[in-house]
Each structure stands twice: as structure tokens, then as C-alpha cells.
Design a protein around this ligand. Structure first.
Ligand code: TXA
Ligand code: MG
Length: 322
């Protein structure tokens, strides 16, 4: 299949129209969001969402997030009587918080991995919202990478993984946040975070009070957490202190360094300090390391506070440590 590249510089409204038309026709289109690029298709059309799973090589029991542009779409797909829902929506939507709610009949089980719940978010991205509005349906969209690879934070990343496998890619430049949304389960007795993400625990707790902890059977509630994720070809090593690293390795292997204290002799350096910098750059850095044949990626750990929780979650998975 030929993959159309839809630019948002020359012909923004034409690109939005085309993306929406392809989605209405049941095709798969990569769309920008503020977190990462998503692989979008009509969330209510099983044959369209089936193409997402095929293009990504994604296990079919890993459910999708449905992206909406307005309140009416939420009412159509989910039960909305949760007592904390209004407060969460007004604090965080449009934005990077995904809410898991009981699903309505109209949502096919193929979009939810057979679960009777549905994950919903309203992205904080003008072009994404416009595409959803024009498509007129909730858009199911996982991250637009080959399953298991680092998530895509620009259109080039999507093209690397999916050219020839999807109908189009909408290029709106790099994502501003760079890690995925926070997934909050509202179907348990106490709301619980299933996946840490761009909205922090503190931000959520400041609106609805203390959260529960995700249950031990988290993989039942959020099957996505079961699979290996974010893995570059290189080995990823997380270090607590720069001095924990044996610099002799620099002589033997092609080493890349991510963090604020790179040693002499690293083949590639990504100088990052704050959690926001790490979030924005980390997936890009992992991909660049692969394209340059790096063998070992050393990452300086950052604090798990705030956005650091999402960053460290992704890094531990990339290192195969969770
Ligand atoms: O920022 C994001 O969330 C991006 C952009 C494109 O919106 N999307 C994204 O989708 O990261 P994906 O498919 O890569 O991750 C979705 C996560 C998975 O861990 C999945 O298991 C979980 O959400 N999830 C989806 N539906 C669920 C449900 N009904 N119950 C529990 N977890 C669910
Ligand atoms: Mg993903």
C-alpha cells in the first residue's frame, strides 16, 4: 500500500479533510497528538480497528484508547455517571489523561480487547481534534509504532515503522510532551493509575483526593502492561549515579549516554536534565541510537516524582526491568 504523507504546513485544511475521509472509509491514518503520534481508525468499525492491529503487529487482547472531540461522543461510548468524572474532565480535558469507564453497547469488543470497559481521552491537539470532528466518529489510536518499539514522537518515527502498512501519515511536527497519557481506571472502587503518564499522580490527587493503588492483577485491568515495550535494539542500562558506570566498557562497545553527566568517550550523548526534557526526547534518543548502531545505552536515572514516574516507567520497560 502507498502511504500518503499529509503535511500541515502547505495545506492544513486539505490534510485534515483527507485524513478524516480516509478514517471514515475504514482506513488507518497516523495522527499527531500532544503526547505521541497515534495510529488512528474508526473506533466503532471492527474491520478498521483490525487494520491497526495488523499494521502494528499488536496482540489483539491489548485494548485501544478511543479519542473524542466532544462530550456527546463520550456519552455515546461510555457510562458517565461516575461521581468524579465531571471534575476530572474539567481539570484535564482536553489533555493527556485517559479515563477507563464502563463501555456502551456501540463499542465493539474488538476495540476493547473483549473488556466491558473502554479507555477514552480528548487530546489537547488542535489538528487531532479537528480530524476527529471531521471524521465524526471516536478515533481508536494506539501509539503509531511497531509493537514493542519506542513510541513515535514525530512523523519520521512513524514513517520508519509503518510506511507501506497504513494509508497516510499526518505530519504536524514533533510532539510537545513526548510520553503517553496517564491511564486512570474509574471502574474500580477507588480510582487507580494503570499506566503513569503525562498527567502526574499529584495533579490527579489534587482534584479527586487520594487514589487507590492498581491491583496486583493490573494486567487483567490493563492488558497493555503485560507486553514488552519501548525496546531499542541496543541494551539499555539505567544507572543511579554516573560513577556506577565502568568506563572500561567505553573502549569495548559503542556506548550512548543519556543524562547530565556524560563521560569522555561516549559515542553519542543526549544531554538531558529535567523530567520534561527526558519525556520530550527519550523515545527519539532511543531511536537515534538504533539508527547509529549503538550497542549500549546508558541512562542516568531521574527521580520518580511528578513526570519522572512516567519517564522511569518507560525506561525500566526499555531496559527489560518491568
Ligand atoms: O498518549 C497516549 O495515550 C497515546 C496517544 C496516541 O493518545 N496512545 C497510547 O495508546 O499510548 P497505547 O495503545 O499505546 O496504550 C494504551 C494503554 C495500554 O496500556 C492499554 O492496555 C490501556 O491503555 N487500555 C486501553 N483500554 C483499556 C481498558 N479498557 N482498560 C484498561 N486499560 C486499557
Ligand atoms: Mg504504545
Amino acid at each position: 500500500m502507498k502511504t500518503e504523507l499529509l503535511s500541515c504546513n502547505d495545506d492544513l485544511s486539505g490534510s485534515i479533510e483527507r485524513a478524516a475521509a480516509l478514517i471514515r472509509l475504514g482506513e488507518v491514518v497516523a495522527i499527531p497528538t500532544e503526547t505521541v503520534y497515534g495510529l488512528g481508525a474508526d473506533g466503532l468499525n471492527p474491520s478498521a480497528t483490525g487494520k491497526i492491529y495488523t499494521a502494528k503487529g499488536r496482540p489483539s487482547d491489548n485494548p485501544l484508547i478511543l479519542h473524542i472531540s466532544d462530550r456527546a461522543q463520550l456519552e455515546m461510548i461510555a457510562e458517565t455517571n461516575h461521581p468524579m468524572l465531571e471534575a476530572l474532565m474539567s481539570a484535564f480535558w482536553p489533555g493527556s489523561l485517559t479515563l477507563v469507564l464502563p463501555k456502551k453497547e456501540v463499542v465493539p469488543p474488538t476495540s476493547t480487547g473483549g473488556l466491558d470497559t473502554v479507555a477514552v481521552r480528548m487530546p489537547n491537539h488542535k489538528i487531532a481534534l479537528e480530524i476527529i470532528r471531521k471524521a465524526g466518529v471516536p478515533i481508536a489510536a494506539p501509539s503509531a509504532n511497531t509493537s514493542g518499539k519506542p513510541s513515535p514522537t514525530n512523523a519520521q518515527h512513524v514513517a520508519e515503522d509503518l510506511t507501506g502498512r497504513i494509508a497516510a501519515i499526518v505530519n504536524a511536527g514533533p510532539c510537545t510532551i513526548g510520553v503517553e497519557s496517564t491511564v486512570l481506571d474509574l471502574t474500580q472502587e477507588k480510582p487507580a493509575i494503570l499506566r503513569p503518564g503525562a498527567v502526574t499522580r499529584d495533579q490527579i490527587e489534587s482534584v479527586i483526593g487520594a487514589l487507590g493503588s492498581a491491583t496486583a492483577d493490573i494486567s487483567k485491568h490493563s492488558p497493555g502492561t503485560r507486553y514488552r515495550h519501548y525496546c531499542p535494539n541496543a541494551e539499555v542500562i539505567i544507572i543511579n549515579e554516573p560513577c556506577d558506570f565502568d568506563t572500561a566498557v567505553l573502549e569495548m562497545k559503542k556506548v550512548a549516554w543519556i543524562g547530565s553527566h556524560p563521560p569522555q568517550g561516549a559515542k553519542k550523548v543526549f544531554k538531558l536534565t529535567t523530567a520534561e526534557d527526558y519525556a520530550r526526547e527519550i523515545f527519539n534518543a532511543l531511536r537515534i541510537c538504533d539508527s547509529e548502531g549503538i550497542e549500549i545505552i546508558v541512562v542516568e536515572e531521574i527521580s520518580d516524582a511528578g513526570l519522572g514516574a512516567a519517564v522511569m516507567d518507560r525506561l525500566r520497560r526499555a531496559a527489560g526491568k518491568s
